[in-house]
Design a protein around this ligand. Sequence first.
Ligand code: GLN
Length: 235
Amino acid sequence: LAGCLGDDDDVIVPGTASGFPPFEFREDGELMGFDIDLLEAVVAETEYELGEWEDFDFDGLIPALTGDRIDVIAAAMTISPDRQETIAFTDPYWESDQAVLVREDDGFQPASWTDFEGRPVGAQSGTTGAEQVQTNLIDTGVIDEDDYSSYDNYVFAVEDLENGNIDGVVIDLPVAETFAAQRDVAIAFVEETGEEYGFGLRQDESELQTALNDGLAAVRDGDEYAEITDRWFGQ
Ligand code: GLN
């Protein structure tokens, strides 16, 4: 059974959610990005072997992990107490805040959440960006629940923003910067959430957790971390 640790060999099956550049995305069908390279480098430092990448919607990753379809999540996933009730994480490997994307060259230039009064907003289902919409816009009454659109993938949210179907997308800052460089969208403002990304694991895999943490430390100590960072975040 693929994805079950304790089998004959120590192959671990990685899962991601592509459409989140530069962390994980597809170019000509090929999966690539910072998380892909980092996890591969980290696992190479351990006695485990990495299996074939599986690609899910972001909100399908934790069920896939707990259901043994994958063994590790590499998807720019924020370490949060909520998620830690269900899964475990490695040590953090990246930091992020949330950004609000709007259309470029558009009259609407919000400087804060309250400027969204009555306007349609989108985020990807199951993300910390969606949580920001809930707490800063819906709970505060700035927008109605009906004004919020939930997407399976941020790419669809950004397309809907470009098309004018929504007026804002709440998304991790490094990914907002990437979309702003590639598409007709711009960052309106940033919410400093101070999130940290970790690789996700099942709670009963402490041996794998230790191995990946040691691997991460080894990659960081060598030249490889800077190389990978440069590849995906360099100019
Ligand atoms: N970091 C955010 C979260 O964990 C978004 C991750 C993503 O969309 N891949 O919810």
